[in-house]
Write a new protein. Structure first.
Ligand SMILES: Nc1nc2c(c(=O)[nH]1)N[C@H]1C(S)=C(S)[C@@H](COP(=O)(O)OP(=O)(O)OC[C@H]3O[C@@H](n4cnc5c(N)ncnc54)[C@H](O)[C@@H]3O)O[C@H]1N2
Ligand code: MOO
Ligand SMILES: [Mg+2]
Length: 629
């Protein structure tokens, strides 16, 4: 379908209601209105063109073709459509105005289906609107349409009559109307005040708005990648920067670019203990003998300036004397004494063994980028710049508790049919490793009042709240009910194993808000949902660059059974086989209550949605638990 449709963004208006500004170029949520429309349309069609009558260069900068109206004088959207159809590279043209950044992700698909089903020339979107007196009526949105290129002659004829009304033209062609359920997706931004309001709302979009960016969002059958995408788009980084002493910055997130105040190294210097000289003196086919005029030590400035036929004895790190560009390591000398050195042909080339000023870090250039999680090498790098402190993002505060009447804490007697609470300990470990400030709220009984109180307290004291248990369909679970009353929370069934049920959203209490991760109760499911959803989200909240999950491939030592249609995270042991290749085997039983499978593992085997059974010897993706840094 996509191949037969190209899209046209209508940006050719005067922007009268916006004070004659160029609407499409108004800044909006980190881009412009037009760039948001482009982002929404591009995945739905083969190519996108913009119809604009001014600032053509600024529109071209979006990387698409820009066409002005062929009719002169800002003649409205039909003039844009005429130009678009004339140049349309496909049989079908989809249009949308430049001020509708929320347009549906399935606009092309739905219009296309209706166009074909009804054998129409044009399919147009409509929605149900409620009047002030409470009555519903259909609102047609003529600028959101899919038109056959073959309708161009009819449009040319209509425009020749002098008429310019979108729907006036419909009399000459066959039109299909398509009812969309989400009226909000078609809203356009007409005034600067509306733009401002939307900009502010955009800082905190609702989960529904974020989820609507994905076509076919179904909370009861959500692929892992879609859940990850919604979480990523919904989460906003927290604000707050502190300055800490260099050593305390380890594992923290850098809050600003660090620009090098100096060159490292500060001077050209020698990489070897040996003799420094001008390489132009080297003879190609005979020995070169140079007189030694003195010694340059590391850290001791010298004014030595060898002339023709001269060199300087130099130590590693010693500043290269004026006029020298080459160092002969002393062990390569054909002959040497305190006063002279002899260099055989081809034992060194001009420029060898010289380290350049600023080759590690150049003054004025960023040495480290904002968002980096500081590692040991970074501490050393910052030290080499002579900086004693670093600006880092404040630590995230994460509150968590376990839910379930069957849970007991360490130290309590284990009554019949009860289990000790292990989830708070795995969560503690995972959060500690991420560098969060932790608020452990213990075990909360499965009754509505206790759960509400716990969620409110957590929300008021933390940036994120993590709970475990009670998100499935069990009869004694109040967790979901209470979560739903406290904010914008969705309950998902994710296409994965373990970790199918999960709650995600944002809760509010007494003017505070916090992101909520309602993880499933099973101990392995808690860890898997933490690693593949909560962890990325928390890193994003911290403002950290997160490269995503780093997958390696390993040969499967034994066949694994796997159903296509869901992502499985099996616990594995990665090792090096006798032939030196990487090999992985599964840690026994993979039940989501078997925490031992996690403890014995050193990696996670990721079996993707589309993957089926894995045969012995097949390559599979794995994520290792521990890295070097
Ligand atoms: N009819 C259905 N039943 C279940 C479904 C389903 O789709 N339909 N999903 C299953 C899956 S998958 C999971 S995971 C669990 C999730 O259930 P809950 O989030 O409601 O969790 P609970 O019922 O409270 O607990 C599940 C299990 O885990 C043990 N648990 C809970 N918390 C802890 C803890 N802190 N430490 C140790 N163990 C804990 C709890 O005792 C239960 O055995 O639902 C399935 N059922
Ligand atoms: O999420 Mo559940 O642990 O898959 O069994
Ligand atoms: Mg349950």
């Amino acid at each position: 379908m996509e191949n037969s449709i190209s899209a046209l963004i209508l940006a050719g208006g005067r922007g009268t209601r916006m004070g004659r500004v160029d609407k499409g170029l108004q800044p909006f949520r980190g881009g412009t209105l037009a760039s948001h429309v482009l982002q929404r349309l591009a995945p739905q069609v083969a190519s996108v063109t913009i119809n604009a009558n001014r600032n053509l260069g600024a529109y071209s900068a979006l990387g698409v073709e820009v066409l002005p109206d062929e009719l002169e004088g800002y003649e409205g959207p039909l003039a844009g459509l005429q130009t678009g159809l004339r140049h349309c590279p496909t049989d079908l043209l989809l249009t949308a105005p430049c001020d509708s950044p929320f347009l549906p992700a399935d606009l092309a698909q739905r219009l296309y289906e209706a166009l074909n089903a009804q054998g129409a020339d044009l399919a147009v979107a409509s929605t149900l609107e409620t009047d002030e007196d409470g009555k519903s009526r259909t609102q047609v949105h003529p600028v959101f349409c899919l038109v056959r290129k073959s309708a161009l002659p009819a449009l040319d004829d209509y425009l020749k009559t002098g008429s310019r009304k979108m729907d006036g033209w419909y009399k000459a062609i066959k039109v299909a109307e398509v009812l969309f359920s989400d009226a909000a997706a078609f809203r356009n931004i007409n005034t600067l005040a509306e733009l401002q309001t939307e900009e502010e709302a955009g800082a905190n979009p609702s989960l529904k708005e974020v989820a609507s960016c994905l076509s076919g969002y179904d909370p009861d059958a959500l692929p892992v990648r879609n859940a990850q995408r919604i979480i990523r788009d919904f989460i906003q980084p927290v604000r707050g920067i502190e300055k800490v002493a260099l050593r305390s910055a380890l594992d923290r997130v850098l809050a600003a670019d660090i620009v090098s105040p100096i060159n490292v190294p500060a001077h050209d210097n020698s990489a070897m203990d040996g003799f420094a000289f001008a390489g132009s003196q080297l003879k190609a086919d005979a020995n070169t003998t140079l007189q030694v005029i003195g010694t340059a030590y590391a850290g001791r400035p010298s004014a030595l300036k060898p002339g023709p036929g001269e060199c300087v004895r130099i130590m590693t790190g010693g500043v290269m004397p004026d006029g020298c560009d080459t160092v002969l390591p002393q062990e390569l000398a054909a002959d040497m004494s305190d006063v002279a050195v002899t260099i055989a042909p081809n034992s060194v080339r001009t420029g060898d063994n010289r380290r350049f000023k600023g080759e590690d870090l150049a003054a004025g250039r960023p040495a480290l980028r904002k968002g980096k999680v500081i590692r040991p090498a970074d501490l050393g790098l910052v030290a080499s710049l002579g900086l004693a402190e670093l600006p880092v993002q404040r630590r995230l505060r994460v509150a968590f508790f376990s839910t379930g009447d069957e849970l007991r804490s360490i130290g309590e007697a284990l009554a019949e049919s009860c289990v000790y609470d292990s989830n708070r300990y795995t969560l503690f470990g995972m959060l500690q490793r991420l560098g969060c400030d932790i608020v452990d709220m213990g075990i909360v009984k499965d009754d509505a009042a206790s759960l509400e109180e716990a969620l409110r307290t957590a929300c008021e004291c933390a940036d994120a709240v993590i709970t475990s248990g009670g998100v499935s369909v069990g009869a004694a679970d109040y967790t979901k009910q209470v979560m739903a009353t406290l904010g914008d929370v969705h309950f998902w069934k994710i296409g994965m194993r373990p970790g199918r049920p999960m709650a995600f959203g944002r809760i509010r209490s007494s003017g505070h808000s916090a992101y909520l991760f309602g993880l499933p109760g099973n101990p392995v499911a808690v860890m898997v949902t933490f690693y593949f959803f909560a962890r990325h989200a928390l890193l994003r909240m911290m403002g950290a660059d997160s490269p995503g999950d780093q997958l390696l491939q390993a040969r499967c030592a034994k066949a694994i059974r796997k159903k296509p249609g869901r992502t499985e995270y099996q616990r594995g042991i990665l090792s090096t086989a006798l032939d030196g290749t990487r090999e992985v085997r599964i840690t026994g039983s993979q039940g989501s209550g078997i925490l031992r499978s996690m403890s014995e593992a050193n990696c996670m085997v990721v079996l993707h949605d589309e993957q089926g059974n894995v045969a012995e010897g097949d390559l599979v993706d794995v994520i290792v638990f521990e890295g070097l840094v």
